[in-house]
Write a protein that binds this ligand. Sequence first.
Ligand code: NAD
Length: 472
Amino acid sequence: MDRQFRMLIDGELVDGASTFDVVNPATAESFARCPKADEALIDRAVVAAKRAFPEWAARPVEERAALVSKIADSLEARAGEFASLLTSEQGKPLDQAMYEVMGSVFTLRAFAEMRIETKTLKDEGGHTVIEHRTPLGVVAAITPWNFPIILVMNKMGPALVTGNTMVIKPAPTTPLTTLLLGEICAEVLPAGVVNVVCDQNDLGHVLTGHPDVAKVAFTGSTATGKKVMAAAAAGVKRVTLELGGNDAAIVLDDVDAKFAAQKIYGSAMTNAGQICVATKRAYVPQAMYDDFCDEIAKLANAAVVDDGSKQGTTVGPIQNKMQYDKVNALLDDARTRGTVIAGGEPIDRPGYFIAPTIVRDLDDDAPLVREEQFGPVLPVLKYTDIDDVIARANDTDMGLGGTVWGKDLARANAVAMRIDTGTVWVNQYLAIDANIPFRGAKQSGLGGELGEAGLHEYTQPHIINSVALEDA
Ligand code: NAD
């Protein structure tokens, strides 16, 4: 690709201190060069964001929201270009890439509509207590490689509308769509309000430890999230952590096996399973187990596994070599403990492809069940007792999402209430909406994103408690 990509610092599109290769996971070959920051460039970005903050925060919210809408309009106008670049760097099929880009547009527009009203806590005889919400300052937004563009929007929408400025750092294997977004921000926003810098997984600590960063909004693995939280502690920075998951799907005994298999297949295999809230283990009643396994294996065998840029592809590659090796290691282990009934064979072609794979007859202590596989390999487990299966679903440090499938909605909802996660979807999956708060329980996160609660995360209360003086 001849196209040059530049970082955005203080309103200028700038070169890095060096560059590195960005690999297309469908070919395992480099297709673009990415600029790489050094500590001095990251510092410049933070200084620019700090300088831009007072003027940006002082603007009326309507003006800030109008500029956020303008970013959404520009993104929509270039949706095709973004989607195609997203497929090249991330691997997902083009229709899923377009869905992510348009979801990004909708997310920005949803936040542009949201407002935080001041609250009057007391108004009696000249004594007023008013709760205002004020912005925090410079927000460092650090994102992963599975949804490189929409996960930026979950942070950028609320941060900008509420009056913060930002330094955004994408994952090094998927930096390009974020750099393209930087080009839009350079046209639409005042200098310094949004800055975009890139690294090779080696400069995140410069942002999280920077004294002028007020908040770190992080999405990524639980292991890195713990480092972010530790680094933020020194400056008592605000943090939002959206971390890993090990979501269970619980199929109840009154639901059709074929229907449940179709839905759970979609929930497990979209984006080649690289979704924080993908179904990562499915629990099925013993009486339905064989039928369910047969149905989901049929769906896995019918997948079109190919380069995401080819029409008709339903499952693209794993995004990067490290993740590909990790999923293969879990699969190799699972092969010795259970029965692979679909997929599982190496695919003899360049690129990081793993066909949708279904493994049955595993014990709960298999690593494929206990760990987050983050790939298209699903263990299907059987159960006989509802209390027992709920305990098994909850027996994890993770607590992000999950699904329950049942015809008797009251019973399904009652089961959902007992799943210890931030979100449980009943008879649906991945129903994420910018207007609905999203957050993880246990080690899946701290704080949260989306919805009005997601807007509040970028503000702090500012209480003005005042008493009128009596005329002397
Ligand atoms: P990762 O933790 O390896 O990297 C995420 C980001 O953190 C990258 O930008 C990386 O460069 C940066 N980083 C690395 N070391 C850092 C450090 N010491 N300080 C600051 N930043 C640092 O995660 P990943 O492998 O890119 O993403 C996959 C993980 O993300 C999965 O566990 C998945 O479940 C999780 N995820 C969670 C959500 C959610 O909303 N809860 C959404 C998507 C992905």
